[in-house]
Ligand binder design. Structure first.
Ligand code: ADP
Length: 365
């Protein structure tokens, strides 16, 4: 009799152990699939956790991470719950809980076993590792993408700079000789009109070359101590009237504790104007253009954001390429952001684009 009882106990313990191992194995399996997003992994784990508890039919699971919740249906109806903290790199980021719904035939409230708390602690530890691994992977991918982008833009920059230099000289000759011919007296009116067109076209080409040079080596300029907040306020007056005509409100959220930066004020204004004009063009039905400054350790951060339609993911990798534009022929040539990139890089800074809280584009310099 005693032997039978002990065999039953051993079998029950083994069953519990198998359930625990199955639970941890299924967590590892869920997370190992790189095609699944972290949210999908957490959702799956939250729903599958209860299977390892003593009363799986009544148990429900929930994972909370950074305020987001992943859970099996009816978790809120649970009468008793147990939980374990999810800490990632020493920081408390959330928790994992298992609860029992009241009810069943007896309507009694079920209790947890000590080994179930141990399993939950282990599940929390595994979850921390899963989240940390995914975050490290995402950071590495972002760094790789940034390096690739910087490399590509540097190569295009070298090409653009070479072309700009080669074209600058013949263009100067075209412009110079056109102006010389223009000084000839008794030039037929048609020839004079044609000359003006040559001059205008040459000036337009020179402007493009100037922008290409800025893209390729935006750093060469005249540096001085610049009060960025003041410069933003001054620059904003350049587009405020145009913005208001288009029902675009400009809002500046400037950190007063901002120290002066070492920069070329003219080029910095150009960065702002280019970003602001794009933002205004992105809000044809009006909206808000927001410019903010912030101190971030040794860095000064400026963001320019809008409430327009945003930038499609597929477009982002080509955004700073010279001549990339999605606008009509007369609206843009696709050099605005290239110039911005050149100037920012020349100042030792970085620029990135993300989705603004208002759903539009946010450029972070
Ligand atoms: P352009 O304005 O002449 O097209 P840019 O280099 O300034 O050249 O911009 C390149 C492209 O980036 C634009 O054609 C547009 O598709 C996209 N873009 C830039 N800024 C924004 C913005 N704030 N919102 C949406 N799209 C933008």
């Amino acid at each position: 009799m005693a032997r039978t009882r002990s065999t039953t106990a051993v079998k029950a313990a083994l069953r519990e152990r198998v359930k625990e191992l199955t639970c941890l194995y299924s967590m590892a399996q869920h997370s190992a699939d790189p095609a699944r997003t972290l949210d999908a992994v957490l959702d799956n784990i939250a729903r599958s956790l209860p299977a390892a508890w003593r009363f799986p039919g009544a148990a429900r699971g929930r994972i909370e991470l950074d305020g987001r919740r992943f859970e099996s249906p009816d978790f809120d109806a649970c009468a008793v719950t147990q939980e374990a903290a999810i800490r990632i790199r020493g920081r408390l980021r959330g928790r994992v809980c298992v609860g029992y719904r009241p009810g069943g035939r007896t309507g009694r409230i079920r209790a947890f076993l000590p080994e179930e708390q141990r399993l939950l602690d282990e599940a929390a530890r595994q979850l921390s590792l899963i989240v940390e691994r995914r975050e490290v992977q995402a950071e590495q991918e972002a760094i790789r993408a940034r390096l690739h982008q910087a490399d590509r833009l540097a190569t295009i920059g070298q090409m653009a700079s070479g072309m700009a230099h080669e074209l600058n000289e013949p263009l100067g000759s075209i412009l110079g000789f056109a102006q010389l011919i223009g000084k000839t007296k008794r030039l037929p009116p048609q020839a004079r009109a044609d000359l003006r067109k040559i001059e205008a076209a040459a000036l337009h080409a020179r402007d493009i070359i100037r922008k290409l040079m800025l893209f390729a080596r935006g750093g060469s300029g005249c540096r001085a101590r610049v009060d960025l907040n003041r410069l933003i306020e001054e620059a904003a007056s350049l587009w405020t009237i145009r913005g208001e005509e288009e029902h675009v409100r400009t809002v500046c959220e400037l950190d007063p504790a901002q120290p002066a930066i070492w920069a070329d004020p003219g080029q910095m204004k150009q960065v702002l104007v280019n970003l602001a004009v794009n933002a205004i063009q992105a809000m044809p039905d009006g909206g808000t253009l927001r410019i903010a400054t912030r101190r971030d350790g040794a860095w000064t951060e400026m963001t320019v954001s809008d409430s327009g339609g945003g930038i499609p993911e597929a477009t982002k990798p080509r955004l700073f390429d010279p001549f990339f534009t999605t606008k009509e022929v007369n609206e843009g040539v696709g050099l605005g952001l290239s110039v911005v990139h050149g100037i920012v890089a020349g100042h030792g800074g970085t620029i990135g684009v993300e989705r603004s809280p208002a759903g539009g584009a946010l450029f972070r310099v």
